[in-house]
Each structure stands twice: as structure tokens, then as C-alpha cells.
Design a protein around this ligand. Sequence first.
Ligand SMILES: [Zn+2]
Length: 340
Amino acid sequence: MLVNLLYKVVTSSDLEKEINDVLGSMGFGRKCAFICDDNISKVASGICSSVSSSYDLDVICPESMEKRHLEEFSRRLNSYDFIIGAGGGRSIDAAKYTAFLAKKPWVAFPTILSHDGVVSSRAVLNDSGSKASVQAKEPAAIVVDLKIIEKAPYRFLAAGVGDLLSNVSAVEDWKLAAARGKEPFRPFISRLSLLAADSVIDSTEEIKSVKSGGIETVLWGLIASGFAMNLHGSSRPCSGSEHNFSHALEALGAGALHGEQVAIGTLVSMRLQEKDWESMRNTMEGFGIPVTAEGVGISEDMAIDALHDAKSVRDRFTVLNLHDMSREKCRSILEEVGII
Ligand SMILES: [Zn+2]
């Protein structure tokens, strides 16, 4: 088993001042490609000007998340010494995939904390009309500007919490699969995944008030989740039937945040697993995470279709395999947990 665990984590309320010391300690060369989209280049302009005072920096924005386009784009990175990927999901995924192809070290600079993909070694891209999860690589460092996270809409941080709470149903699905001899269960890794969920529950008020301690708890939860997935070599410790539901929603064109979609999926999964979904719903409501289809902007029919399709979106044993997921059953479960 090969596990790569080496990366730095830096949180700062004054990252503009500290960023060059951090980069200097990494021993990179002078040429930096700063990958982001147009919106992020505004949010991160202070960091960009700090970095450009010591490094030869180019801000470059990939035109699309198409796998073929990014493969082409990665050739432009050959002349750089390192890459900074700034933003939410898309830019981070673009940076981790193109850095992997170009064999360059990269630094993750998340400007929101809405999902646990920041440190994972896989990237989600578009590939001929559908989403594909492809091999990429972990960052050499994660740098977080607490001021930027504080200024971002709270919805993103709440979605990050939703992604962490989904670890509860994901681990339960993993246990169900292991009990049927489908795959081995690894207690240490499962506890790491659950630790991420428990930690945010213990810090509800601090997270809701977007204090630096609350932000750091979410960040460490996301890192622990990514760490659990990297240790296991797949997303299994943090991704079960609730993620199947979210993937099915995406295939149907839903546009809610990943963490919001998996949060409502978690309620359905916990109901099917005969776990305490009601207290989980209270927890989510306490964070201000939407717990209805309307709240995440999807129609009742789309929720029913997605739950119906969820079993077949990928080859992973979950609680969905133990139930007849007819449309009638899907409707009644979604009604019971209050999603529709
Ligand atoms: Zn997730």
C-alpha cells in the first residue's frame, strides 16, 4: 500500500503577509501559474499581488472543465515551477489535474470550504457530456485565508458541513457492505471519517457565527475526510448512498451545491438504514442547511427520479441495494423525511 501524506496546512488571518514565507519554505522555483476563474482573481487579488512581489506570476483561467481541454491546457504549465489553484471546486479540480499531468507541485488555495475534495487526489471533470472522476494529485500545501472564508456567503460553509455530516451515512453503508462480505471494513479510517462529522456537530455555534475557530473546525473536518479517502484509496469512507443520490441529481441537471445535495441524501439514507435521521435533520436545521427539495432548488419529481436512479449510478454496495426503490417507495420515503 502506498499512501502519500505530505502536505502543509496554513491558516491565516493575514495570508497576504505570510504567503511568500510559506511558498519560500516549500523550495519552489520562481515561476508560478495561478489557476482560477475570473471571479476568484478579484477575490484573491491581494494574494496575487503579494505573490507577484517575489515570484514571476501569471494568472491563467482554463476556458472549460472538459478533460480534453485541460489536457491541452496542462502543456502550457511546462515552463512553470509550481501552480497555485485558487477558488471553489472547479479551479481546484483544474489545478490538481493539470498539475498532475504536468508533473508540477501545486498549492491549494480554497476561497470557500464547501466540500471535502480539496485534499483528495481525485478531480471531477467533464468528459464528453458527463462527469468523470479522474486521477490527479494531492497538493503540496493548503493555504486558507480566514478573512476570505469569513466574507464568502455562509451557504458555502454550511454546504461544507453538509458534506461532513454525510460521512455518518457513508460509514453505515460501508459497514453494511462489509457485513455482506463485499469489501473490508477499516475501523481506524471509519472513525476518522466520523470524527469529521462529530467535530462540526460539537462546534455548531462557532461555525454558525463564522468565527475563525469554527472555520478551522470545518477545514480540519474536510482535511480529515480527504485524508480518510486517501488512506483508503477510494471515496468509500465519505461517500455512500447519499452521494449516489447527489450524483443522480447532477445527472438530471440539478444545480445545488454538492454539500446541500448530499445533506438531503443523508436523511434518506439514514431513514433506509433505520438510523436516527430525525436528530440528523435537527442538526442540519441548526446549521441552516436546507432539508427540503424546495430549499435546494429541485422539484419533487427530480428528487423522486434521482432517488430512483441512485442505486445504479455506480458500482458501490449501499443500503439502496437492500430496498426495492420503486418510484412509489421513493416518493413515500422522501415524504416521510420531509424532503418533499
Ligand atoms: Zn462529498
